[in-house]
Ligand binder design. Structure first.
Ligand code: DI6
Ligand code: FE
Length: 406
């Protein structure tokens, strides 16, 4: 048992205050779970607990990055240079670059090579206080390589102190074997890739890229039906470049989240509100693609759709492994408040992964995933970036100090 004293606690319990802030707090950790959290004056006695001094730091839930594509090989730095010379993301994709280039490199890479690359990226996120991470496949586009990606994702969660949720994104792009035959590839996904990998226990959720340059709503629907028949929750890359009414489709399948959403309209927002689907905002992709349309944050607020914020870490549209920077960008570009940003990488990100009530808040019964910061005001996490204020983090009840602090 651990008794963490001398902390300011951000519980995110809306009933307490904006952040659920308790100024002089104690958290009691029992094994892998939180046993008690609240004001020091109210704390039960724990004569046998190890007492830890929180140094007056601010404690938040461990952060949750609920949308990443961490497992890939190769580099797209050359495409970045082409874009600076005027080529567009869509033009590069049509010329055989883009996702297809990463698919070639990922197919060629060995399991071990991919694992080393993914571990390095995951460590960067862990050092910023991340304790739960979603990792998508989608750079294999065939059974073997999608499996390899998801196995690497599982290994990241086994080798590092981070909880990993896997998402099958086989419907990310059309592989060369199915050129001009997207429906044939959807058959392959629903008949073979999805049931096989789900049967191997590699799939926690299913995602698709519903877009003019991706899959149509009808094709996406087939993937969702297959997921539903296997009892798997769905998510969707929706309304990023064009409005395909993906949000409505996602809502129809009670999706955990719809992500990107720059082109989302009020009908889509209402559908998401009715189905409890989380809006995952990805300011890194907005920034890196120099998008000029922001997601409809006012409408999401008006209809009380929970908003999450994530890195979308991927080699093409968001080569960014910094969740703290995403908070800054969500505030600066999308005008989220610091409190919305913090909820976006904790309680709402947990909802987007179907982990509400397990992680993302500091309450009795939740996992002891905690982050202790050398700041006095929670808004600091959104306000600044580049200096990492993390003092230490707890994962599953075990304390870890990031390497640079040791
Ligand atoms: N939307 C994105 O922003 C990424 N995938 C997706 O469906 C881009 C992936 C890439 O360019 O490699
Ligand atoms: Fe993405």
């Amino acid at each position: 048992m651990q008794r963490i004293e001398n902390i300011q606690l951000v519980t995110l319990d809306a009933e307490l205050s904006d952040y659920g802030l308790i100024e002089d707090a104690i958290v009691i950790v029992n094994g892998t779970h939180i046993e008690w959290a609240g004001p020091a004056f109210d704390a039960p006695s724990t004569p046998t607990a190890e007492v830890l001094d929180g140094q007056g730091g601010l404690m938040t839930p461990g952060l949750v990055d609920c949308h990443t594509h961490l497992v890939w090989a190769g580099s797209r730095a050359n495409e970045f240079a082409q874009r600076l010379h005027g080529a567009t993301y869509a033009e590069i994709a049509q010329a055989g670059g883009g996702i297809a280039a990463t698919v070639r490199a990922t197919r060629e890479a060995s399991y071990e090579e991919l694992l080393q690359l993914a571990l390095k990226r995951a460590k960067a996120l862990i050092a910023q206080g991340v304790t739960t991470l979603e990792i998508k496949s989608g750079y294999g586009l065939d059974l073997e390589t999608e499996r390899k990606q998801l196995q690497v994702a599982r290994a990241v969660g086994e080798q590092l102190p981070v909880r990993v949720k896997t998402t099958l994104l086989a419907a990310h792009a059309i592989p060369p074997e199915f050129k001009n035959n997207a429906d044939g590839y959807i058959d392959e996904i629903v008949e073979r890739i999805l049931p096989t990998l789900a049967g191997e226990g590699l799939v926690d959720a299913v995602d698709a890229f519903c877009e003019s340059i991706g899959f149509s709503p009808a094709q996406t629907q087939r993937v969702f039906e297959a997921a539903q028949s296997l009892g798997l929750p769905v998510k969707l890359h929706a309304e990023q470049i064009t409005n395909q009414q993906g949000a409505q489709l996602a809502a129809q399948f009670k999706a955990l989240s719809a992500d990107h959403l720059e082109q989302l309209d009020e009908e889509g927002v209402k559908a998401m509100a009715a189905s409890g689907t989380v809006a995952v905002l990805l300011p890194g992709a907005f920034y890196f693609l120099r998008d000029d349309q922001v997601p409809p944050v006012e409408l999401l607020r008006k209809h009380q759709v929970p908003m999450a914020v994530a890195t979308d870490a991927n080699p093409g549209s968001s080569p960014i492994h910094n969740l703290q920077l995403m908070l800054q960008m969500a505030a600066t570009f999308f005008k989220l408040t610091p409190e919305e940003c913090l909820r976006g990488v904790t309680v709402n990100a947990a909802k987007a992964l179907g982990m509400h009530g397990q992680v993302g808040e500091i309450k009795a019964g939740m996992k002891a995933d905690l982050a202790l910061w050398d700041i006095q005001d929670a808004a600091e996490l959104t306000y600044q970036f580049g200096v990492n204020p993390l003092i230490k983090r707890w994962y599953d009840g075990v304390v870890h100090v990031p390497a640079y602090r040791q």
